[in-house]
Design a binder for this molecule. Structure first.
Ligand code: FAD
Length: 463
C-alpha cells in the first residue's frame, strides 16, 4: 500500500477520532464556484483557465496549422492578440476580448542533433517526454505537472526543483517567433541577443513563439522517493537535503506537523514503475481532517499524526520524464514567490505560522523548492539562486488570505512572483524586482509598438 493510500484510509487514529461528536459535522458549503455564462450577449463562447478564476469571451479564436498561417493571420488579427497554451496559468495573462490564438496544431519535433532538439512551440510537455526519449534525450528537469505547452511554460518561467537545475527557459538556446507585424524573428545568444534575453520568459507579450531549441541531456533513470517527515526536521535539514539530492522539494502539510519530502536521484537500479496516482484521495483526506477538526487544531494535529504514523516511503524507479511530473487532478488556486535562497526557510516558517494561526480552512500543502539562477531578463531567477514558496487553496474555496497574510511575508523577503500564479504586483514593483525590466520593456515596445498583444493584465504589469 502506498504512502498516500494509507493516509487516505486515515488509519485507526483518524477513524476513531472522527467517530466522536464532531463526525459528520459540515463547516462550509461544498459547491461549485459561479462561472460566467457559457455565451455572452453577442453569442461569443466563454474561455476559462484550468482553475476557473480567469475568463473571457474572445471575438475570434484561431488555431493555425502552420507557421505560414500564423504569419498571415497576425497583421490583421483583432486585438488584443493573446496566445494560449493549456490555460494552466492562474493569472489573467491569456484573457482577451480580441483574438485567442492556440498553437495546439503546431506540435512535434522539427529537427535534432546529438544533444539538442528543435520543437514546435505548441508541443505539450507530456508529449515532449516520449518524443525526446525516442531520440535518446530528455529535458534535464520538469515541473510538477506536464500538461503545459512548451511555449506556455517558458512564457511564465515555469520550473521544477533542484539546486543545480534551471527553470525550463534556462535550457533554451534559440527561439523562433512571429512578431505582431507578421515578421518571423529568429534569436539566440549570437542572433538578436536582446530579443532572446527579453523574450525567453516573454509572457506572450513579444510575439507568438513558433519553434524552440532546447539543450537536452542523455536519457537517464531516476529513483523517486516520497517520505513523510517531521516538518521541523525538514526545515532544519533543508540546505543539506537540497545539496544531497539531484532534485528535492517538500510539501508542508499544515496543521499536522508533517511534511512530504520528495527526492529524485540518478540510479541504474531496475525499473520499478510508479503506482496509480493518489493525489485526489490524499487531498480529500486532508480536507476531511479539516472538516472534522477545523476549530480544534490540537485534535486535528493528533488525528493527523495518528493517521500518518509508520507510513513507509513510496519508491519508484524509471526514466525522469515519467517520474518528475505528477497528475494533480484536484483543481486549486496558487500563489508562488521565488525568494533569495537564504530567505526561504525563515519566510516559510512565518507562512506556516500565519496559516496555522489565522486560516484554519487551509488543507492544501505548502510547497518549497529550489531553482538555479539564469540570465533571462524577465526570469524570476535572474542572477540569483532561489527558494520558492507556494500556497494553495481548493478551487471552490476563498483565497483572499494569500494576498492579505502570505504575500506581504514573501515580498518582505525579497520574493519575485511566479508570472503565472496569483500576485498583486504591477509595473512599479516589477521595475524594482527586475534589474533589466526597463530594457525588456523597451524590446517589447520595439516589436509591438501599437501594444497589439497587451491585455489589461499585461497593461498593469508593464505600465
Ligand atoms: C496543476 C498545476 C501545476 C503547476 N505546476 C507548476 C510547476 O511545478 N512549476 C511552475 O513553475 N509552474 C507550475 N504551474 C504553472 C504553469 O506551469 C504556468 O502557468 C504555465 O505558464 C502554464 O502553461 P500553459 O501552456 O497552460 O500556458 P497558458 O497558461 O495558457 O499561458 C501562459 C502564458 O504563455 C503565453 N503563451 C502561450 N503560448 C504561447 C506562444 N506560442 N507564444 C508566446 N506566448 C505563448 C500566454 O500568452 C501566457 O502569457 C502549474 C499550474 C497548474 C495549474
Amino acid at each position: 500500500m502506498s504512502t498516500r493510500r494509507k493516509v487516505l484510509l486515515g488509519g485507526a487514529g483518524l477513524v476513531a477520532l472522527g467517530a466522536g461528536g464532531l463526525a459528520g459535522r459540515r463547516w462550509r458549503l461544498d459547491r461549485e464556484p459561479d462561472l460566467p455564462a457559457p455565451l455572452d450577449a453577442q453569442g461569443r463562447a466563454l474561455w476559462s483557465n484550468w482553475a476557473g478564476n480567469a475568463h473571457a469571451y474572445p471575438v475570434k479564436r484561431a488555431a493555425p496549422a502552420s507557421e505560414a498561417e500564423l504569419v498571415a493571420l497576425l497583421p490583421d488579427a483583432t486585438t488584443p492578440i493573446r496566445p494560449v497554451g493549456s490555460g494552466h496559468s492562474f493569472t489573467a495573462l491569456v484573457p482577451t476580448e480580441g483574438t485567442l490564438l492556440s498553437l495546439d496544431r503546431l506540435s512535434g519535433l522539427v529537427r535534432h542533433d546529438a544533444t539538442s532538439a528543435t520543437v514546435r512551440a505548441g508541443t505539450k510537455l507530456s508529449a515532449l517526454g516520449p518524443l525526446l526519449a525516442g531520440i535518446g534525450q530528455e529535458m534535464p528537469n520538469l515541473p510538477d505537472i506536464n500538461k503545459q505547452t512548451l511555449a506556455g511554460g517558458l512564457a511564465t518561467g515555469t520550473h521544477g526543483t533542484g539546486k543545480h537545475f534551471k527553470a525550463l527557459h534556462g535550457e533554451v538556446t534559440a527561439l523562433r517567433l512571429v512578431l505582431p507585424s507578421g515578421e518571423v524573428a529568429e534569436c539566440g545568444r549570437d542572433q538578436r541577443p536582446e530579443l532572446f534575453h527579453a523574450a525567453r520568459v516573454g509572457l506572450g507579450a513579444f510575439g507568438v513563439l513558433s519553434e524552440v531549441t532546447l539543450q537536452n541531456q542523455p536519457l537517464s533513470r531516476v529513483r523517486k522517493v516520497v517520505t513523510l517527515v517531521d516538518t521541523e526536521q525538514v526545515l532544519r535539514d533543508w540546505p543539506a537535503l537540497a545539496k544531497r539530492h539531484r532534485n528535492a522539494e517538500f510539501l508542508v502539510l499544515p496543521f499536522t506537523g508533517k511534511s512530504a519530502l520528495i527526492t529524485h536521484d540518478v540510479t541504474t537500479e531496475p525499473v520499478r514503475p510508479r503506482g496509480p496516482d493518489q493525489d485526489a484521495s490524499t487531498l480529500m483526506d486532508l480536507k476531511r481532517l479539516r472538516d472534522l477538526f477545523e476549530f480544534t487544531p490540537a485534535l486535528r494535529r493528533r488525528a493527523a499524526q495518528a493517521a500518518m504514523a509508520d507510513i513507509p516511503p513510496e519508491v519508484a524507479i524509471d526514466e525522469g520524464w515519467k517520474l518528475l511530473s505528477n497528475e494533480r487532478p484536484v483543481r486549486f488556486k496558487e500563489m508562488e514567490y521565488h525568494l533569495p535562497i537564504a530567505e526561504q526557510v525563515g519566510a516559510l516558517r512565518e507562512v506556516i505560522a500565519r496559516i496555522e494561526r489565522d486560516v484554519p480552512g487551509v488543507f492544501f500543502p505548502i510547497e518549497a523548492r529550489i531553482i538555479a539562477p539564469d540570465d533571462a531578463w524577465l526570469s524570476p531567477f535572474y542572477q540569483r539562486e532561489s527558494g520558492s514558496i507556494a500556497v494553495h487553496a481548493w478551487y471552490k474555496e476563498d483565497h483572499d488570505w494569500m494576498f492579505r497574510l502570505i504575500e506581504p511575508v514573501l515580498r518582505e523577503a525579497g520574493g519575485r512572483p511566479h508570472w503565472g500564479k496569483l500576485h498583486s504586483l504591477g509595473a512599479a514593483e516589477m521595475r524594482t524586482l527586475y534589474p533589466m525590466f526597463t530594457e525588456a520593456d523597451a524590446v517589447r515596445r520595439a516589436v509591438d509598438p501599437m501594444g497589439r498583444m497587451v491585455n489589461p493584465f499585461l497593461q498593469k504589469l508593464f505600465g
